[in-house]
Ligand binder design. Sequence first.
Ligand SMILES: NC(=O)c1ccc[n+]([C@@H]2O[C@H](COP(=O)([O-])OP(=O)(O)OC[C@H]3O[C@@H](n4cnc5c(N)ncnc54)[C@H](OP(=O)(O)O)[C@@H]3O)[C@@H](O)[C@H]2O)c1
Length: 344
Amino acid sequence: MFHKKILITGASGFIGSFLVEEALRSGYIVYAGIRPGSSRNFLQQEGLRFIQLDLASRELLERQLVHFNRLEGGFDYIIHNAGITHSRRKEDFQLVNDRYTRHLVDAVMAAGKPPEKFIFISSLAAGGPGDPLHYKPIRIADPEHPLSAYGRSKLSAENYIKSQPGLPYIIIRPTAVYGPRDKDFLKYFRLLGKGIEPYIGRGPQMISLIYVKDLARATCRLLDCGRLRASYLVSDGVAYNKKDLSRCIRKILERPTIKIRLPLSLSRAVVWGTEKISSLFGRLPFFHSEKLREIAAPNWLCDSQELWKELEIQPDYTLEGGLMETSRWYKEKGWISPARTRTY
Ligand SMILES: NC(=O)c1ccc[n+]([C@@H]2O[C@H](COP(=O)([O-])OP(=O)(O)OC[C@H]3O[C@@H](n4cnc5c(N)ncnc54)[C@H](OP(=O)(O)O)[C@@H]3O)[C@@H](O)[C@H]2O)c1
């Protein structure tokens, strides 16, 4: 079999490391795109190749890609997954998620051997939340109205990619992703582990979720099928309300919890205060007003039927199955207390 070469940027991170695993399993020659200080903790697989790319410099990137093309014949596929989801400075989102994506796209095109497919890992945040009254699931063709600098940076990168006439791109917008190695859901696990079940606002909220292995499988499958120059939403297809996630984690941790409901107005006031204090130091607090608007939006339900239909597969994991695996991994690594985690 002729092995195709694939570059995965942001390979050292949560989603990137699972993309690497899935691409290796699918038989590709995988190049983990990392930077000098990137951790290789989750990149220990035999046969995995590494390439240090400087996304900050378009010129250097082009030279690196020209060199690679000459030596190795170029990448057949690129999954551009590197990005930031948190930052203490708003302008970093635009820089890393948008400008560095433009650098990579420009360098790939200028280096003269574009890949057969260029997959960009965007985010549901690029389109913004769905209709808050009737909870109609978000569709890929809906008009975009991102609520945060993060969402705006992803949307801007998407638009740049779409504006490139010769680029065989696929854009995917995953909803919130959970799984082993993730540090965002970990915070929620830890709070529930301490018996605290926090809610912001009183109204109902609908969300979509995707287990990281299902996301990696769908992404790699898109290399073989799926339309070119198309965008897809990715979720496990189930509509969850805001209590489903905590109910499921609580059950796995076998931990009684006390529900703490923070009224939206109080949350806004607290966030406003911390933002003011942080701005004295020129920083953005971890939990800032845009994050609050995103977290509190009533409808983050998305319609991913189109994707699974085109791929002719279904997600492997239920929420309980995915969270169980996640919890087991957190426990094994000592990220959460080993006590009272249910096993089957
Ligand atoms: N997690 C989610 O729920 C979610 C949902 C939708 C979309 N996404 C998107 O999925 C992608 C991966 O997210 P993640 O959750 O896996 O985040 P993550 O664990 O923080 O991983 C981010 C990866 O991007 C790399 N990166 C960050 N800044 C970089 C820079 N300036 N130059 C080169 N590489 C850089 C990181 O490298 P280092 O290890 O060297 O820092 C890391 O490998 C992102 O594009 C994110 O927007 C995530």
